[in-house]
Design a protein around this ligand. Structure first.
Ligand SMILES: [Zn+2]
Ligand SMILES: [Zn+2]
Length: 285
């Protein structure tokens, strides 16, 4: 079928590989879980499958989701205090926008890597990172049915050890630049943790008035802007915190250049591997 006539969701399934047969069977008889918890027989963008973490993973998600705001607040308080003591408070004004831009960039980089390389079977990152992104491309509105802990938990698991290290460094060193770096890192971690909340809002059918206001101001991811990631060729607009960096990264073809560097180092994208496999299976194509 011509790519132009094909449904974007089908194209996306084709790009990422179809779900395993067991999942298709599940889908055939699935009832759809709506964001308000009600059930519906069908609705675009929802799989109807409620996924659950293993007990160990759920424990990590919940405990780090509680620890994260405690460590974040402590780091921000003490780094502000240190900058105030050293009369360097102006650095705090610089840290805030810098953290939002860096948070957008780090989130975009991780998203691009999960979309472009690895598989759902890759140890650790496969189930924790790759699978949620791939499922999201096929069923974009499933994210609206997820709880706060399930959407921020994985990032909190990574962010809590970083913030614990920052607090330790703040304790042992009085340096002003270190306090600035820790304030920036803490704010960036908060932006990264909030990314999936902003991403969820961008997929909601009826976001609240406050959320729509933040989206209009482009302080958080704007739905039409994000929709471009879910549109052919599905390889742009990876930044999903506020999307500020997407126009620049698209313009300089940042991710294509990164892919070219990795190709030079012998690391192929999933799409290239699939193309090579198809031409081996069908040599006349
Ligand atoms: Zn994606
Ligand atoms: Zn999305």
């Amino acid at each position: 079928m011509s790519a132009l006539l094909q449904d974007p969701v089908d194209l996306e399934k084709e790009r990422l590989g179809s779900p395993p047969p067991a999942q298709n069977d599940q889908l055939a008889g699935a009832v759809v879980l709506m964001p308000d918890g009600s059930l519906a027989s069908s609705s675009p963008g929802y799989s109807g499958i409620a996924e659950h973490s293993t007990p160990a993973h759920a424990f990590l998600e919940h405990s780090t989701s509680i620890l994260f705001p405690v460590l974040f607040g402590t780091n921000v308080y003490f780094s502000f205090d240190r900058l105030y003591e050293l009369k360097l408070l102006w650095l705090a004004a610089l840290a805030i926008p810098l953290a939002f831009v860096l948070g957008d960039f780090v989130g975009g980089l991780v998203h691009w890597a999960a979309d472009t390389y690895f598989s759902e079977d890759t140890p650790v990152v496969g189930p924790a990172l790759v699978k949620p992104f791939r499922q999201h491309h096929i069923f974009p509105r499933d994210i609206c049915t997820h709880t706060l802990v399930s959407i921020v938990g994985n990032v909190c698991i990574l962010a809590v050890p970083v913030l614990a290290l920052c607090l330790f460094l703040l304790w042992v060193s009085q340096h002003g630049l270190l306090a600035f770096a820790i304030l920036g890192t803490s704010l960036m971690a908060a932006a990264t943790v909030a990314t999936n909340v902003f991403h969820k809002w961008a997929h909601q059918e009826r976001p609240s008035a406050g959320v729509r206001w933040l989206q209009r101001l482009r302080l958080v991811l704007e739905p039409r802007h994000h929709q471009l990631h879910h549109t052919e060729p599905f390889e742009r607009h990876y930044c999903i915190t506020n999307g500020w960096l997407n126009p620049l990264l698209n313009k300089i073809r940042f991710f294509r250049k990164l892919e070219a560097i990795l190709r030079f180092l012998g690391i192929e994208t999933n799409a290239s591997k699939r193309l090579a496999k198809n031409s081996c299976d069908n040599p006349r194509m």
